[in-house]
Design a protein around this ligand. Structure first.
Ligand code: C2E
Ligand code: CA
Ligand code: CA
Ligand code: CA
Length: 275
């Protein structure tokens, strides 16, 4: 940074310090936030592209901070991971998501995002079974979304976690597919029922013939392996049409709905079924 001149160096240093201070604050406040009821779970529908019906709601955590306003998970989940708070937070999220899902029709499932750290923590599977039992939700109505980063060091803990839960009916989805170290090895080794193609293949500057061909290939593999292929980040009708045409079975994105509070999620289901 020194080569760029003094002014620029100072600018970087200041913004880095600000960043660090903010992270420190978030770390300290996160533990208390659950108790203070500042966190909530929102739900975004995942829609069957053939029928247009909601099959799943993905649980997405929100933090309504009294001073900082709404914080997005991208800002505090990494801090929660670094500090280990993610284990407590993750259990709380699963509990809330299972409770909400227990109110929905039985053919609707709930998807919960899991951090690698959460999965590697001792008693991870037990935490999830407990949440399910307390909510009275059948394991087959829970789907766990994991990213490829989980498999960077393919540990025994990861394997037994996935085996233990899937034997009891919990389903697994491979999230953000195509952004990381995508390997067919994981798909072959673990019982994923769903692959979520990252939204960078659907929208953004790099979308074109290539990304379309990739989506088609993934959709073809999904059909062969009896897995659902979800297209993420659908904002325009043209994108919905394109991914359905390419063979994706499910879609998610602002075109259908943003993430909404649990009462609105329940209302969407009622509307869909009554009218
Ligand atoms: P993700 O799992 O890939 O979740 C999808 C993100 O894309 C969500 O952002 C969602 O609001 C956003 N999204 C959905 N449709 C569209 C669209 O059409 N256009 C655009 N531009 N964005 C769309 P959100 O809620 O801010 O979450 C960001 C990330 O934070 C998630 O990415 C996930 O990795 C993480 N996260 C969220 N909730 C949790 C949680 O409860 N636990 C863990 N471990 N991570 C979470
Ligand atoms: Ca996800
Ligand atoms: Ca995703
Ligand atoms: Ca993500």
């Amino acid at each position: 940074a020194k080569i760029e001149g003094r002014g620029r160096t100072r600018y970087f240093d200041q913004s880095m310090t600000r960043d660090l201070v903010r992270r420190r604050e978030i770390e300290a406040e996160l533990r208390a936030a659950i108790q203070k009821d500042e966190l909530s779970i929102f739900f975004q529908p995942i829609v069957d592209l053939e029928t247009g019906r909601i099959k799943t709601f993905e649980a997405l955590v929100r933090w309504f901070h009294p001073q900082k306003g709404e914080l997005r998970p991208d800002e505090f989940i990494p801090v929660a991971e670094e500090t280990g708070v993610i284990v407590t937070l993750g259990n709380w999220i699963t509990q809330q998501a299972a409770k909400a899902a227990a109110q929905w029709p039985e053919d609707v499932t709930v998807a919960v995002n899991l951090s690698p750290l959460q999965i590697k923590a001792p008693g991870a599977a037990l935490g999830i079974f407990t949440a399910l039992r307390e909510a009275g939700l059948h394991p087959s109505r829970l789907e766990l979304e994991v990213t490829e980063s989980l498999f960077l060091e393919d540990s025994e803990a990861t394997g037994s976690f996935i085996t233990e839960l899937s034997e009891r009916g919990v389903r697994f989805a491979l999230d953000d597919f195509g952004t990381g170290y995508s390997s067919l090895g994981y798909i072959n080794k673990y019982p994923f029922s769903k692959i979520k193609v990252d939204r960078s293949f659907v929208s953004g500057k790099d979308v074109g013939k290539k990304s379309d061909a990739i989506i088609r290939a993934v959709a073809e593999m999904g059909a062969q392996l009896d897995m659902d292929i979800v297209a993420e980040g659908l904002e325009e009708i043209e994108q919905v049409t394109a991914v359905r045409e390419a063979g994706c079975t499910l879609g998610q994105g602002y075109y259908f709905s943003r993430a909404v509070p649990d009462y609105l999620a329940a209302m969407l289901l009622t509307q869909e079924r009554d009218g």
